[in-house]
Structures are given as C-alpha cells and as structure tokens.
Design a protein around this ligand. Sequence first.
Ligand code: SF4
Length: 557
Amino acid sequence: MTETTHHRICPLCEACCGLEITVKDGQVAQVRGHAQDPFSQGYICPKAVALKDLHNDPDRLRTPLIKRNGQHVRATWDEAFAEIARRLQALQAEQGRHAVAVAVGNPVAHKYGLMSYFPKLARALGTRNVFSASSLDQVPKQLSCGLMFGHWMSVPLPDISRSQLLIVLGANPLASNGSMWTVPDFKGKARALQARGGRLVVIDPRRTETAAVADAYHAIRPGADVFLLAAMVNTLLAHGWVRLGAVADWVQGVAEVQQAVAAFTPEAVAERCGMTADSIVGLTRELAHTERAALYARMGTCTQSFGTLASWLVDVLNVLTGHLDTPGGVMFAKAPAFASNTQGQSGSGRGIATGRHHARVSGAPEVMGELPITCLAEEIETAGVDQIRALITVATNPVLSAPNGPRLAQALESLDFMVSIDIYLNETTRHADVILPGLSPLQDDHYDLSFAQLSWRNNARYSSPVLPPDERPAEWQILHKLAAIAQGQAPDVDVNALDDAQFAQDTQRLFAGCVRGPARPATPAGGGFAQRPLWGCLWAKARRLDPGQSHGRQRRH
Ligand code: SF4
C-alpha cells in the first residue's frame, strides 16, 4: 500500500484554506485542515471534504459531449473542436463578432489557467458581449475602489487581527469566511477580537450568523444602507470628528463631500433606515473615536439601488476617520506577483475607465469590460443588429445563479450555437451544443492570482496536483484553442506551438530593451478581464515549461 500526503489550497471558495489530503493507493483517503498552513492555520469547513466526492463523482464529465438530435453524446476532443470550428466560424462570418457572447463564472477566479487565458479568448472573439458572475454582487465595490484607488482590485480590507472595532454592514463573514476579503476562520478571528476587549458590530436587515455573535446588532431597513452611510459622513463632519491621519496628503474633496451629504442628517434618514438618530450618531462616534477600527461592507450593499455610492461611502468613512491604510483599520493586501496594485509607483497609474460601450437593449454601461449578466437574456431575445446568437460559457451556471433563471434558460434554448467549458451537465450547460470538461480540481495545480490581492494576510502559496491528470487538454489549452478557432484557425491547430509563438511575441513586446532582466509592464488602463496583465500567462507558461513539477501540465493535445 502506498500512502502520500499532499498540501492543497481549497479552490471551492474565497477563503482559500490550506488542506492536507491523504492519498492511499491512488485514492483520496482523507481531507483535513492543514494545521501548519500559515494562512488558514488548520481551519476548513465541511465543503472541503466534498473535493473527494467531486473527484469520484461518476456524473463529473470526463469526455466532451456533443448534442446530436437533442441528446448529448460522448465525443472525442478532435470531434468536439471540429464541431465548434464548423459552427462558430460560420456564425461569426454571417452574424458578426458581437453575435457571439461569452460568460464566465466564479471558478475562473480560482484557476490561474482559466484566469490567464480567458483574456485571449475574449480578445479573439472581439465581442462586446462579455458577462460574468461579478456583475451580480460585486461590481459596485470594484467600481468604487477603481475610481477611488485606481484599480478594480485595490480593495481596502479590515486588519482584523489588530482591530479593536469591526463594523460589518450587509455582510455575513461568519458564514462566508469573507467576500472580497479572504479571511478563513472569521469566527476565530472575531472571537480573538472580542477576547482582547474589541467589539464586533453588525448592521443588517437580517439577524445573521455574524449578528448572532456580535456585541451589538442594528436592524436596518432593506435598501437603506446608502442613507445610513451618508448620515454617518454628515455626522462626522457636523461634529468635527474628521481626522485624516496618515493619508491626509492623498485626500481631496472633503468640502465637496460635506456639501453632498448636507441634507442627510441622522434625523432625516432615521425613519428610512429604521434606526434612531441617536443610534446613527452613536455608531459614528464609536467608529471615529476607536483608534483601531474598520468598517467592512459587502454583498448586501452591492445588491441594491445606489450600490456603487454605498460602496464608496464605506471607504469615505474609513478615510475620514483615519482608518485607511493604518494598522487595525483597513489596509491593502500586497500580493507577491501578478497584482496591478503592487506594480509601478503609487499614484502613477492611469486609473480605470467605464462606459466605453453599452448594452444594446438596456443601454447599461460596461464595467471592467463586462455588461451586467442580467442583460444576457434580453440581448439574446431581442432581434436586431448584433443580437447574440451564440454563447461560450466558462465554468458558470447563470440559469441557477442569476436572477430569472427560467427566462434565461428559454433564451439559451433559442441560440444558434452554444459551447460550455464545464465539468458538469447542469441547468446551463444542458443547453450547450458542445461541452468541454476540464480536470478535477485534485488533478490541477493551483495558485490564487486574485485572492492574494484580497487576503487578510499577505501570502504566496502554490499547490501541485494531488492526483495525476487524465490524458486531455488542460483548461488553458481549451481556451487557447477556442481563441484560435475564433480567429479562423483550423481546429487541429497545434495550440502549444501557437502558445510558444505568442509567448515569444509577448516577451519581446514586454521586455524589449531590457538588458539586466525583465521590467514590469506598466499598470494597465481598464484592467477588466480582457485587459488583465500578461503576468498570469507568463506564470502559466512557466509552469508548463517547468520540468521539475510533479503531475505538471503537459503537452497533451
Ligand atoms: S471555507 Fe475553506 S474549506 Fe470551506 S470551501 Fe471555503 S476555502 Fe474550502
């Protein structure tokens, strides 16, 4: 009997817990928390154990499927790519590039192969119809951070291990272990805060799991966050409680903010918020007068009217109370690599741009290069120039996760062609004409490109594959081949040769003129999926070229 122990980052949610996985005779025998992981320190939730079930699940797809006469049947990879080339290229020629949409889901953020190569597909398609799950619940926060701090991923995070006060608004980190804040074992960290005399305060319409362990809970009417936040800013300014602290030299426009919130006194908003004016003043006083304090808000503030304004006011409050970029306040994670917010000189970026194009039917502006996924159904249904007639989905199930799933399902059924990269036949992929399955998470290596930028502690952790991969393309190779097909190449194009050629071009472009070594590329403008820096691709490439890795990515297709 052979028994091996593997350390693997859990890819199932943003908490990025370190796992210790025991493999006996090629089978996963045990999944538990990795006690020596410096980031998660042994914490896991019950979902991690399901990685074993997911790997062994007979329903997990292992070969491509093609829909023939309404039924999905198994196909070879060559057959699947040939079908895609035949139908996608014809549709592009007839209907134009915007007729092909692409939608990506959360797993893309957890898989560097998908994250690194999706931009190639988006660029190759040349479509403005790019959708992702982000538009459901986090774009307002990313937009406000982009406008305020210069990049979509420059998100201030509570320094919970040094805080004396944490105010949580519209979030439930005890259940989620953080959202846009990677904080495994939030419960343990909240307990530690309370044990050192600190306070946890929750504001939420629902008495959440986090509220249940809080020192104070304020019920607020749904949709009233923006009024509460404006009144708190008003109170700060009216009482002279503003202190800018370490960021004073960077702050502009306080007088304009004061003017903007002048009408939003605690008394004026109390009824709308379902809170007393005294409690609003008291909350503001506590935030202003606690030396190490942080205000954290998440999904609830983003899934209501004025979500961007509410998200911005959260950080206005952190700035005006001197808690931005200070120990125990809210701070920026410093990812070791691939993060735009750790490149170049402070204040030297070009910032973000939005509204460069709009949804055809609703007129909604793009943000991060994406349109709201709630617009997808109507963009398929509504006839006219640039109507969506084909869709490529990448690890997403919007029929289940987006609003009005039945309407979207009906719209998907009306498409001329649909391709899905997914490991399951599900509510969304069942409408696809071709399904291309990636590897099981345990067969893939792992590095978090995104979450190192959102982590409660700076960290760099890489996991090798736990189990050897099957003989099939890696997900980055699938995306790269789809990109080649979208640009008119034959389905049997050698994707590795293509990658080598593009890699040579990219390095030449990025590092031209370097004598002593590669320089970092300039911080990109925009920075959405289609504009992400190339560092991720370089990383994926480096992994593929590393002969020393165990079960590494190989040329398999
Ligand atoms: S909380 Fe940790 S163990 Fe649970 S799903 Fe998220 S990353 Fe995995």
